[in-house]
Design a protein around this ligand. Structure first.
Ligand SMILES: *[C@@H]1O[C@H](CO)[C@@H](O)[C@H](O)[C@H]1NC(C)=O
Ligand SMILES: *[C@@H]1O[C@H](CO)[C@@H](O)[C@H](O)[C@H]1NC(C)=O
Ligand SMILES: *[C@@H]1O[C@H](CO)[C@@H](O)[C@H](O)[C@H]1NC(C)=O
Ligand SMILES: *[C@@H]1O[C@H](CO)[C@@H](O)[C@H](O)[C@H]1NC(C)=O
Ligand SMILES: *[C@@H]1O[C@H](CO)[C@@H](O)[C@H](O)[C@H]1NC(C)=O
Ligand SMILES: *[C@@H]1O[C@H](CO)[C@@H](O)[C@H](O)[C@H]1NC(C)=O
Ligand SMILES: *[C@@H]1O[C@H](CO)[C@@H](O)[C@H](O)[C@H]1NC(C)=O
Length: 854
C-alpha cells in the first residue's frame, strides 16, 4: 500500500531538478492541507498537530517495526494513509560508509578505512570530512531513490544514519573491535563528535543533512551470551570509561543512540534508567533511543526475565527507550498501558521524539526547501570523496619499526609480496563497511596490496605468492612463497586476520596470528632479506615472536588495520616514500600472555593486569600513541604565563630529518602525588592531542591553552575532582624519549573539600558578586600554577575566596557544604544591592573562573 504511495508521489511531484527523496512526507495532497505540513509553523506546533492525529495504536505503530514492509531489524515503521504519512526506514548503517546497494556503475558509496585506522590519524579534520562525506552520500542515495540491499527499491535509504560506533576497545578479543575508534574515551569521543558534526551539517534553513546515532550505548564489548550478559561496572568505570566518550560526542548533539545488548550491573542497556534517563538525557533532553536488533525480546531472558511481551515492552519504554528494532514486542504496549505497566504519556513522548528527528532532517518540508536535495548520483563516489577517503587511509597506518631503514622502498626494486593478505580484496574491509564495494557485486574493483605496490613500483618487479592462508594448516604454498622472497630485494609480508576470525558474533579466542602465519613468518625472516611486516587486522595482534629479528637484517613493522578500498594505493605511496603521513596506535598491543591473565568478562578497567594504556601494568609490545615516521622529530615545550584557570604551554616541533612528515603531539595528565585516594587512578590519561605537518628541516610552534580542569580525575562517585598535591602534564610524541613533563602543585586547602566546576549556578554567582562588594580585603590563598600576584587576592571569609587572575578575571573558591552568609550578612547585602540573597546551603561548592572584570 505504502510502496505504491511512494510511486505516486514520484510521478506527480518529482522534477528533474528536485527529486522527491525516499518516503518524503508532506507530498500527498491529504497531508499538504494539514497543519503538520505547514512550514510557517514551528516544528513544535507541527509536532502537536501530527501527534493529535494519531490514536494510541497509531502511536504504537510509529515505534514498532512493521513486518509487512520488510525485515524487522531494518526497522520500517508504518505511515498513516489518512493523513498522507508515508512509512520510514530507520536503520541505515553509517560507521565506515553508508551501507547501501550500489545505485549505478562508478557510483558505489565511498568506503573509509576501518574506524580503528581512521582513529590512528588523530586528525579531527579527517573525521569531520568523513562525516560530511557520509552525510552527503546518504542524502544523495535518498534523493536518488536508492535502496539498502539491492536495487529493488524495497528498502529505501532514508535519512537516519547509525554510526559512529564508539564502544571502547576494551579487550583485543572483542569480535567487533574493527568497528571501534580505539581504547581511549577522549580519542573516540572526539572522533565521534567530529563525525556527527559532519553528518549533521545544516543547510541555510536549519535542516540537518542526516540524523546521526551513536552505537552501542554502552559498555558493549563481548559477543558471548550476547543479549543476556551482565557485567559489574563501578561508578568510577562508568564515568572514566564507559560514558565519557558518549558524553563528549553529545556536545555535537547527535539525534540519539542505539542502546546495546548487554546489561550493566543487572540492568540491560535498553531498560536502564541510569544510563538512558539520568545520563544520556542530561546531555540532550530529547535524545532519541532505539534498541539494538532484538534487545526488547532479550528482556524476556536473563538477567531481568520479563514474564511476557507486555512486561518486556513496558520495561524498555518506561526506562527511556523510544523505538524498538528487530522484534515487535512494542505492539503489546497497548495491553501494557491497560495493565498499568506503561503510560500513555511516555508513549507519546517516544513517538514525538521519533518525529522530531524526521522534522529536523526536513522530511516534512518541501523537497526544494533545502540545497541538500540537489545531491544526486554525482555526489556518490565523487572524485572529492575518493580523495578524502584516500587521505584518511594515508594517515591511518602506524609505522611501528623501521630498522635498517627498510622504508622507503626504492622505486624500481624487486619486491615480493607474500602472506595471505598479499592478494586479499574483500578481506581489506572492516565489519560494517558499506555493502557493495563494486557495481558488479564482487570485490574485483578493490586493488590488492600487491596490485597497489606494483603500480607504484614502476620500472621494478613486483610478484606475489600467498604462502599460507589466514587460518589453515595447508603448507603447500610455502615453498613457492619462500622462493619468491629469496629472489627479491625487499619482502613485504602481509599477515593478519579477517572477518572469519573476528567479526560480529565472534570474539577471538586467541590474539596470535591464526593458522600457519607465524611459523611462515619465521621462515621468511630467516631468509635475511629486508622485510616489511604489514599487519591487516581489526584488533591488535600479539606478535611477540616477531617483534624484532637478528641484528643486521633490516626490518619494518606496519599496522594497517582494515585499510579498505583505498588501502593498497595509500600503503604503496607510504612504502615508496611518496607520502609520509603515518598515524599513531589507538590501542595497546598487548603481549600474547595478556589473554590468559585477563578474563574477557572483567569490565573493571584497573583490576590487575589492567586494561588500556591507562591501567595496564605489564609491558606492552607497542603502546597507545606510539608510531614512527620516515623523518625524525624533536619536541621541546615550555610553560607560559597564563590567565587564571588556564595552563599555557608552547611546544616547538622540529622536523630534524630529510623529508616532510606528520607528527601527533599528545598531552597526558598524571597524578604524581595526591596522597591516598579511594578509587583507581590512571597511570596517565590523554587530555588533548594535535596533529601537525612539518616540512623537512623546519619547525612548527603550537600553543596549548589548557583549562585547569584537565588536572581533574574521576572519583569513586563519578565526579570530576581536582585533588591538591602534585600533578604533571606530559607532552609526548607517544612514549619516546623526548617527552616533556611539567609538574604542577595544587596547594592543599586547610579544612574542608574544595571543588572545581565550570558552571556555577547563577544564584551562587550573584551571591559571590555581592559578597565581593561587601567584604574587606585580606590576602590569603595563592596557588602557584594560577600565575597570580599576592596583591590580587581578596579574602572574603572562611567559606569563600576570590582571587584575581592576570587578565582581571576572578577565580572563585567556595568550600563544600558551606552554609553561606548568615541572616545578618544577607540583610546587609540586600540593603546594599537591592537584591535578595539566598541562603547558600550545601549546594554551594564551586570554584570557577568568572569574567567579572575589575
Ligand atoms: C569510483 O569512481 C572511480 C572513477 O572516478 C571508479 O574507477 C571506481 O570504480 C568507482 N568506485 C566505486 C566503488 O564505484
Ligand atoms: C559480579 O559481582 C557479583 C557479586 O560480587 C559476582 O557474583 C559476579 O561473579 C560478578 N560478575 C562478573 C562477570 O564478574
Ligand atoms: C526498568 O528496567 C528494570 C530492569 O532493568 C526493571 O526492573 C524495571 O521494572 C523497569 N522500570 C519500569 C518502570 O518498567
Ligand atoms: C502480545 O501481543 C500479541 C499480538 O500482538 C499477542 O498474541 C500476545 O498475547 C500479547 N502478549 C501479551 C503478554 O500481552
Ligand atoms: C518549490 O516547489 C514548489 C512546487 O512544488 C514551487 O511552488 C516553489 O516555487 C518551489 N520553490 C523553489 C525555491 O524552487
Ligand atoms: C582456525 O582453523 C582451525 C582448523 O581449521 C579451526 O578449528 C578454528 O576454529 C579456526 N579458527 C577460527 C578463529 O576460526
Ligand atoms: C588532517 O586531515 C586532513 C584531511 O585528510 C588533511 O588535509 C590535513 O593535512 C591533515 N592534517 C595533518 C596535520 O596531517
Amino acid at each position: 500500500m505504502f510502496r505504491s504511495f511512494g510511486a505516486i508521489s514520484l510521478a506527480t511531484l518529482a522534477s528533474a531538478d528536485w527529486p522527491t527523496p525516499n518516503w518524503h512526507g508532506c507530498v500527498d495532497p491529504k497531508a499538504l492541507s494539514l497543519p503538520y505540513c505547514n512550514t510557517k509553523l514551528s516544528i513544535q506546533e507541527r509536532l502537536d498537530d501530527l501527534m493529535s492525529r494519531l490514536d494510541r495504536n497509531d502511536k504504537i505503530r510509529q515505534i514498532t517495526p512493521d513486518q509487512k514492509l520488510g525485515g524487522t531489524c531494518t526497522t520500517f515503521t508504518s505511515g498513516k494513509e489518512e493523513i498522507g504519512l508515508p512509512p520510514w526506514l530507520w536503520l541505515v548503517e553509517s560507521n565506515t560508509g553508508v551501507d547501501a546497494a550500489c545505485p549505478a556503475e562508478g557510483h558505489c558509496v565511498t568506503n573509509f578505512v576501518g574506524p580503528m585506522g581512521i582513529a590512528a590519524s588523530f586528525n579531527e579534520s579527517s573525521w569531520l570530512l568523513k562525516g560530511q562525506v557520509l552525510g552527503t552520500e546518504q542524502r544523495a542515495l535518498s534523493n536518488y531513490g536508492a535502496s539498502r540491499f539491492h536495487q529493488d527499491h524495497k528498502n529505501p535509504v532514508c535519512l537516519t544514519g547509525f554510526g559512529p560506533n564508539v564502544n571502547i576497545a576494551r579487550d583485543p578479543r572483542f569480535g567487533r573491535t574493527s568497528e571501534l575508534a580505539g581504547e581511549d574515551p577522549l580519542l573516540s569521543g572526539t572522533y565521534a563528535m567530529n563525525m556527527v558534526k559532519g553528518m549533521q551539517e545544516k543547510d541555510a534553513a536549519g535542516h540537518k543533512k542526516i540524523a546521526a546515532y551513536l552505537k552501542h550505548y554502552t559498555a558493549y564489548s563481548t559477543e558471548a551470551n550476547r543479549g543476556h550478559d551482565t557485567y559489574n561496572i563501578s561508578t568510577f568505570d562508568f564515568f572514566d570509561t564507559y560514558l565519557a566518550q558518549y558524553k563528549l560526542a553529545f556536545t555535537a548533539q547527535p539525534a540519539g543512540v542505539m542502546c546495546s545488548y548487554n546489561a550493566e550491573n543487572g540492568r540491560p542497556s535498553c531498560a536502564n534508567d541510569f544510563i538512558l534517563n539520568k545520563q544520556l538525557r542530561s546531555w540532550k533532553p530529547d535524545a532519541h533511543v532505539t534498541t539494538d536488533c532484538g534487545a526488547v525480546n532479550n528482556l524476556k531472558g536473563p538477567p531481568v526475565n520479563a514474564p511476557d511481551d507486555a512486561h518486556a515492552a513496558a520495561m524498555a519504554l518506561m526506562n527511556g527507550t523510544d523505538l524498538e528494532m528487530g522484534d515487535t514486542l512494542f505492539s503489546n504496549l497497548s495491553q501494557a498501558i491497560d495493565m498499568g505497566l506503561a503510560t500513555e504519556a511516555r508513549l507519546t513522548e517516544a513517538v514525538r521524539r521519533s518525529f522530531q528527528v524526521q522534522f529536523e532532517v526536513g522530511r516534512f518540508d518541501p523537497a526544494n526547501s533545502t540545497e541538500f536535495h540537489r545531491y544526486g548520483l554525482q555526489d556518490i563516489n565523487s572524485s572529492l570523496h575518493q580523495q578524502i577517503s584516500y587521505e584518511a587511509a594515508l594517515q591511518s597506518f602506524v609505522l611501528l619499526r623501521n630498522d635498517g631503514p627498510v622504508l622507503p622502498i626504492r622505486q624500481g626494486s624487486s619486491v615480493a609480496v607474500v602472506g595471505p593478505h598479499s592478494m586479499s580484496r574483500s578481506q581489506l574491509f572492516s565489519d560494517y563497511a558499506a555493502g557493495s564495494h563494486c557495481f558488479d557485486g564482487t570485490d574485483a574493483c578493490v586493488p590488492t596490496i600487491t596490485e597497489g605496490l606494483r603500480t607504484a613500483n614502476a620500472g621494478g618487479r613486483t610478484v606475489s605468492s600467498m604462502g599460507v592462508e589466514i587460518n589453515s594448516t595447508k603448507a603447500d604454498g610455502i615453498p613457492a612463497a619462500l622462493e619468491a622472497a629469496r629472489n627479491a630485494d625487499v619482502v613485504v609480508l602481509a599477515l593478519g586476520d579477517d572477518r572469519t576470525i573476528e567479526t560480529e558474533g565472534k570474539d577471538r579466542e586467541d590474539t596470535a596470528l591464526p593458522g600457519l602465519q607465524e611459523s611462515f613468518a619465521h621462515k621468511v625472516l630467516a631468509l635475511k632479506k629486508p622485510t616489511i611486516l604489514v599487519l591487516v587486522s581489526g584488533g591488535p595482534m600479539a606478535i611477540d615472536s616477531l617483534m624484532s629479528r637478528s641484528a643486521g637484517s633490516p626490518y619494518a613493522i606496519v599496522q594497517a588495520f582494515f585499510p579498505s578500498h583505498k588501502g593498497a594505493e595509500a600503503l604503496a605511496a607510504s612504502f615508496f616514500g611518496k607520502e609520509n603521513r603515518w598515524g599513531k596506535l589507538p590501542v595497546t598491543m598487548y603481549p600474547h600472555k595478556y589473554i590468559s591473565e585477563q578474563p574477557m568478562t572483567n569490565y573493571d578497567m584497573s583490576k590487575a593486569p589492567g586494561r588500556t594504556y591507562k591501567y595496564y601494568q605489564g609491558q606492552a609490545l607497542f603502546s597507545f600513541g606510539y608510531g614512527l615516521s620516515l623523518t625524525t622529530f624533536k619536541l621541546q615545550c615550555a610553560q607560559k604565563k597564563a590567565p587564571t584557570g588556564k595552563l599555557a604551554v608552547e611546544c616547538k616541533l622540529s622536523n630534524t630529518g630529510k623529508v616532510c612528515g606528520d607528527e601527533v603531539i599528545q598531552v597526558y595528565h598524571t597524578a604524581v602525588d595526591i596522597g591516598k585516594v579511594d578509587h583507581p587512578l590512571p597511570k596517565r590519561a590523554l587530555r588533548h592531542f594535535q596533529r601537525l605537518h612539518v616540512p623537512a628541516g623546519e619547525e612548527a610552534t603550537v600553543s596549548f591553552d589548557l583549562p585547569t580542569s584537565i588536572l581533574e580525575v574521576v572519583n569513586k562517585d563519578g565526579e570530576q575532582k581536582l585533588y591538591p598535591g602534585k600533578h604533571a602534564l606530559i607532552f609526548s610524541r607517544g612514549e619516546v624519549d623526548d617527552e616533556q613533563r611539567f609538574e604542577i602543585t595544587v596547594p592543599a586547602i586547610e579544612a574542608g573539600t574544595w571543588h572545581v566546576a565550570t558552571h556555577p549556578p547563577s544564584q551562587s554567582m550573584l551571591y559571590v558578586i555581592l559578597l565581593r562588594q561587601a567584604f574587606l580585603k585580606k590576602a590569603v590563598y595563592l596557588p602557584d600554577w594560577l600565575g597570580m600576584n599576592r596583591e590580587d587576592i581578596t579574602y572574603l571569609d572562611d567559606f569563600l575566596r576570590i582571587t584575581r587572575g592576570g587578565d582581571g578575571s576572578l577565580f572563585i573558591l567556595v568550600k563544600e557544604d558551606a552554609a553561606g552568609p548568615d541572616a545578618g550578612t544577607r540583610e546587609k547585602l540586600k540593603k546594599e544591592s537591592g537584591e535578595e540573597v539566598v541562603q547558600g546551603s550545601g549546594a554551594v561548592r564551586w570554584i570557577s573562573t568568572l569574567g567579572l572584570g575589575s
